[in-house]
Write a protein that binds this ligand. Structure first.
Ligand SMILES: Cc1cc2nc3c(=O)[nH]c(=O)nc-3n(C[C@H](O)[C@H](O)[C@H](O)COP(=O)(O)OP(=O)(O)OC[C@H]3O[C@@H](n4cnc5c(N)ncnc54)[C@H](O)[C@@H]3O)c2cc1C
Length: 379
């Protein structure tokens, strides 16, 4: 093996988390950093196929910590990625009178406690909603990001910070190379390649356990959902508007700037199937499952239910769906929190598995990671 195949760090997975980690490591002094991505470009999977909401805390009344971290990260993300941000729309959170886990009064108090701007919506906005089902509508401050622009920006940053990027390169498994180094065996252009690094970061999100299990390591308990978000053209009255009905089995309609459309998700109909990775049980590859399973859109059910709260929504025109596997920690089921999973030394020394939770709290990951000085024990 030539010395060119040795790195200080290898990051497997070119989503937003893997890319930002690669840049962070270069900025922190790692000289040779390799980013391995199985697709032909970065940010093709969950970092593209998501709701594009830059969270500002409102979504998480049941997890104060997640809400507060969003509040801290929101201004930073909006400033750092200014050219990728769309905040040229009004964002409203409506509180349902039925089945809601929160009242309008509690929501207002919660926003005040986390310091998030909140005010009653103007009467003409309130009138868009079914007054029998909606208790109160609040105008808030959130933004959307353009996932296409974010991809271009990250490509430029990877170049600027001289990260080696290997596209169409799928990590198959990892084995110890020496006591302190790991060998990553990958498939590149149909041939097996071998690369060694002092530290390996597994940033493959829904597929974290695929790499672990194929390397003979134990799976981390995770919950997966096959999700659908409908892309729609909204009627003119909703064009410069984002709407979320809280807090329970309701829906969100957000601008999706990357396609100039809106994205409709519904707590009940966006998840199609769910399953758990449990150590010792047969493993299911989320990507293989997502690509081969029969996908029948739940858009009709989403619209049917959402129009009870917001009658105008029935004028939305369906333009297609984004399908992706969403992965969360099992504990998030209970309190809807979104902590980052960071698992150092899981099965192999110098291997860290990281699962992003939201785009904007990538900063929380960077605060937790530093590069170790290069080891002298190279093979
Ligand atoms: C339906 C849905 C809605 C969401 N809504 C929001 C939202 O509104 N706002 C928000 O902030 N967050 C949202 N999220 C969460 C957000 O999308 C994720 O937290 C974030 O994208 C995770 O980034 P990542 O880099 O960890 O994952 P990914 O972007 O999925 O990156 C993982 C990468 O690893 C690559 N890969 C996988 N296996 C291998 C391998 N063996 N070798 C090489 N490469 C590999 C993949 O191709 C992929 O590029 C949502 C997620 C979903 C699914």
């Amino acid at each position: 093996m030539s010395s060119r195949d040795e790195y200080d760090a290898i990051i497997v997975g070119g989503g937003f988390y893997g890319c930002l980690l690669a840049i962070h490591l270069r900025k922190s002094g790692a000289e040779r950093v390799l980013l391995m991505e199985r697709e032909s470009s970065i940010l093709q999977r969950a970092s593209y196929a998501n709701q594009a909401r830059v969270h500002n805390g409102y979504h998480y009344p049941r997890s104060f910590l997640t809400a507060l971290r969003s509040r801290v990260n929101f201004p930073r993300f909006v400033a750092d990625y200014k050219e990728c941000i769309d905040d040229n729309f009004d964002q409203y959170y409506a509180i349902s009178k039925v089945f809601s886990n929160i009242t309008a009064g509690q929501f207002h108090t919660f926003c005040t406690r986390i310091g998030a701007p909140v005010e009653p919506a103007r009467p003409e906005i309130r009138d868009l909603f079914n007054q029998e089902l909606i208790e109160q509508v609040f105008r808030v401050r959130e933004a959307a990001f353009d996932a296409g622009k974010l991809r271009q920006r990250v490509i430029r940053d990877l170049e600027e910070f001289d990260v080696a990027v290997s596209l169409e390169s799928e990590a198959l498994r990892m084995i110890p190379a020496t006591e302190s180094r790991i060998e990553v065996i990958s498939l590149r252009g149909g041939a097996e390649a071998r690369t060694i690094a002092g530290q390996v970061f597994n940033c493959t999100y829904s597929r974290i356990n695929k790499l672990l299990v194929d390397s003979g390591l134990a799976a981390i308990p995770l919950k997966h959902e096959l999700t659908e978000m409908a892309l729609v053209e909204v009627p003119p009255e909703l064009r410069k508007t984002g709407i979320t009905v809280m807090c329970g089995p309701f829906f969100s309609l957000m601008p999706f700037p990357a396609q100039g459309l809106h994205c409709l998700s519904h707590v009940r109909y966006t998840p199609h199937h769910e399953w758990f990775d449990t150590a010792g049980e047969t493993y299911r590859d989320p990507y293989a499952y997502c690509s081969r399973v029969l996908k029948v859109s739940s858009f009709p059910q989403m619209i049917q239910d959402a129009q009870r709260y917001l009658p105008l929504i029935k004028q939305c025109r369906y333009r297609g769906s984004l399908w992706e596997v969403k992965t969360v920690l099992p504990k998030s089921e209970v309190d809807d929190s979104r902590p980052i999973l960071l698992r150092p030394g899981h099965g192999l020394a110098n291997l860290t598995s990281i699962m992003g939770s939201k785009i904007d709290n990538v900063y929380d990951m960077m605060d937790m990671i530093s590069i170790k000085p290069p080891s002298n024990t190279r093979t």
